[in-house]
Write a protein of this length. Structure first.
Length: 95
């Protein structure tokens, strides 16, 4: 599957418009449009980080996730670090 197809799938899973998706990730709307339309190629690492952010926030929001409040705070902190550009501080889950 191409990164373009994976981006479309991510958008459908999240259930946001392209505009809302660009705001959620802090990416210029025109850039997201260009990726979607195939005018520009999206970096694979960025797609992985976008999926990671979405999945981690979904876990933090879920009531039945089984995390303690301390674990939920740590996940939230890691997500905030990643979105602030400090992804190298953390290893991905499962590595």
């Amino acid at each position: 599957m191409s990164t373009q197809e994976e981006l479309i799938q991510l958008k459908e899973n999240i259930g946001m418009s392209w505009k809302k998706l660009s705001e959620y990730y802090g990416i210029p709307y025109r850039t997201v449009q260009d990726w979607y339309m195939g005018k520009r190629r999206m970096p694979e690492y960025l797609l992985r980080l976008m999926v990671y952010k979405y999945e981690m926030e979904k876990l933090v929001r879920a009531d039945e996730n089984g995390f303690t409040p301390t674990e939920s705070k740590e996940l939230k902190r890691r997500i905030d670090d990643i979105t602030a550009g400090h992804a190298r501080r953390h290893r991905l889950i499962g590595e």
